[in-house]
Design a protein around this ligand. Structure first.
Ligand code: NI
Length: 184
């Protein structure tokens, strides 16, 4: 169990195209997945791709439920246990809806930036679980958006790449300034 450092834009590691995971999973990959969960819950975030930890493997995790009110402890403290952790290995979209939705997105690798991004409203996904079994299912709503965001990371793509050039250069400036402040 360990929290790992999340790469922050414009780190070059975020641009790596991740490679497919082979089965059975090695102990190292299992430890990575555990650390990804620890890191995501600690951040806190609702999704994390292995690329964001500088490990270019086609693995992403999500838990789009855990920050909602009902999973908080009765004493009001933050939840400590995984509630609906999903592990997606070698994910691949086999269909994308023609209909598009705009949803506000943020990213642990691009802190404090939140912008609307247009994406297909629904997707069909094929992926493998930790045992290597293949699944296929349709997703819509917030989870569909989260999955598209996370799997873009595996191809070195960030949500800010989908914004206007002007916005992108403003964000880059902001992030460089932030880095300078942290290093000073
Ligand atoms: Ni992200």
């Amino acid at each position: 169990m360990a929290i790992r450092e999340i790469l922050i834009y414009p780190d070059d590691g975020l641009r790596e195209v991740a490679r497919a995971v082979e089965f059975p999973l090695t102990g190292e990959v299992r430890a990575l997945i555990q650390d990804m969960a620890d890191t995501m819950y600690d951040a806190p975030g609702v999704g994390l791709a292995a690329t964001q930890l500088g490990m270019p493997l086609r693995i992403a995790i999500t838990d789009t439920d855990w920050r909602s009110g009902e999973v908080r402890h009765e004493d009001g403290s933050e939840p400590v246990a995984a509630r609906n952790l999903k592990v997606w290995i070698n994910p691949e979209f086999t269909w994308r809806d023609e209909g598009v939705v705009a949803c506000e997105e943020g990213c642990l690798s691009v802190p404090e930036i939140y912008e609307d991004v247009d994406r297909p409203a629904a997707v069909r996904l094929r992926w493998q679980d930790m045992e290597g079994e293949t699944h296929e299912a349709d997703f819509e709503g917030f989870l569909a958006v989260a999955l598209q965001h996370e799997f873009d990371h595996l191809d070195g793509i960030l949500f800010i790449d989908k914004l206007s050039r002007l916005k992108q250069s403003m964000i880059k400036k902001k992030m460089k300034k932030r880095k300078k402040l942290q290093n000073s």
